[in-house]
Design a protein around this ligand. Structure first.
Ligand code: NAI
Ligand code: MG
Length: 358
């Protein structure tokens, strides 16, 4: 029996609801599989912890997490704590020291779910967005001086390094190469940003030479939003900077039906540190505590986690169970214009896993 040590960090708001649901689904996956167990350790870090301890996780939090095989994360953010404190105090405080530089965000239209784009079906929209997750616009460089004075200055400096850009380009080209269409779109803004983004473009071109079987093109980020909306079938694998991919992946999630469905993996591809798996959505104050959060993004993130842990059969089984459930509109939560609850969807996915005989 294989044992995978998993740290669960539900965090705030609906993060707590969807991670609780995700752990039930993981448990069902392990029981149905019979060859592995998921040993879960939960950490109560987030905004409630901050209100008691003045930090979002303990100073040695990263040390605690090092021994785990993977981290399963919900969301962080509360109405009464500034967002830059919560994001930097927990999520980025894990991503950066664990060098989870490759953020992978698959998007496709699952069975039973309708895209808001007229006539667009599953065959037209099947993308993976690769987000540079360690530097760029979210490197954390910058500062403020002369606070409160009329001459106050704030800088937010984007960082692009040859090492950082090269490794994410290689990751993206390899991923594109592993998919049937072998097609990569490199998103840029090198017309307006003439230093970092020009380096980004140059490295893309150099790395492309290592992958002659991958067809690639380049898009300015503003035009990319138009292409995603009007010509979704022209895209397959996409690589973009930290900020650009952050924005484009929320758009991608909406075009595929709901932000509640979209998963993500924050990978340290070399496996020197644990990788982290989470839905892309936040803590959703407007629906917290109502029991109606869509747990599918968190379940799909568990699929990515199981794949990362080498449990490919269990990952495939969980994905089949998710798709069986999304195919039934009576099991859609309100974000999909249904009336199902988080609990109903979770029960149905667990039942589909346990009843899967493929
Ligand atoms: P959000 O993703 O929390 O919510 C945006 C909208 O989508 C809301 O109307 C919400 O109800 C809906 N939504 C999100 N997830 C859903 C789900 N699973 N099921 C059904 N509906 C869902 O983004 P927002 O409102 O910008 O941010 C709220 C808080 O979350 C902020 O504090 C923000 O900083 C934080 N946040 C944290 C993230 C993380 O921890 N990774 C990511 C994004 C935001
Ligand atoms: Mg985001």
């Amino acid at each position: 029996m294989r044992t995978h040590q998993i740290a669960a960090i539900p965090g705030d708001g609906i993060g707590k609801e969807v991670v609780a649901a995700g752990l039930r689904v993981l448990d069902a996956s392990a029981r149905r599989d019979g060859n592995f167990q998921a040993a879960i350790t939960e950490f109560p870090w987030g905004s409630d912890f901050y209100k008691q301890h003045a930090h979002l996780m303990p100073d040695d939090g990263i040390e605690h997490l090092k021994r785990f095989d993977a981290i399963y994360f919900g969301a962080v953010g509360a109405p009464d704590v500034p967002d830059h404190l919560t994001l930097w105090g927990l999520r980025l405080a894990i991503c950066q020291p664990f060098d989870q530089y490759a953020n992978v965000r698959p998007t496709r239209i699952l069975p039973g779910i309708e895209s808001p784009l007229r006539g667009v079906t599953a065959k037209d929209l099947d993308w993976v967005i690769v987000r540079e997750n360690s530097e760029g616009e979210y490197a954390g460089q910058g500062g403020r001086s002369h606070r409160g004075l009329p001459e106050e200055i704030a800088t937010e400096v984007s960082i692009f390094t040859r090492v950082g850009v090269t490794r994410i380009m290689r990751f993206a080209f390899e991923l594109a190469q592993s998919r049937p269409r072998k097609l990569l779109t490199v998103v840029t803004k090198s017309n307006a940003q003439r230093h970092g983004m020009v380096l980004w473009d140059e490295i893309a071109k150099d790395v492309a030479a290592e992958f002659p079987d991958v067809t690639w093109d380049k898009m300015l980020v503003d035009a990319m939003t138009v292409r995603m909306t009007l010509h979704p079938a022209s895209l397959d694998t996409i690589v973009a900077t930290n900020l650009h991919a952050d924005i484009l992946s929320d758009l991608a999630a909406a075009l595929a039906g709901s932000i509640g469905i979209a998963p993500t993996a924050n990978l340290n591809p070399e496996r020197r540190y644990p990788s982290m798996f989470e839905p892309i959505h936040g803590s959703a104050f407007d629906i917290t505590g109502k029991g109606i959060a869509n747990p599918v993004g968190t379940f799909w993130s568990a699929v990515m986690m199981l794949e990362h842990l080498g449990e490919t059969a269990a990952a495939a089984r969980l994905m089949r169970a998710i798709e069986r459930v999304t195919a039934d509109p009576s099991l859609h939560t309100p974000d999909l214009r249904g009336s199902a609850t988080t609990d109903m969807v979770t029960e149905a996915v667990c039942a589909a896993i346990l009843g899967d005989n493929e």
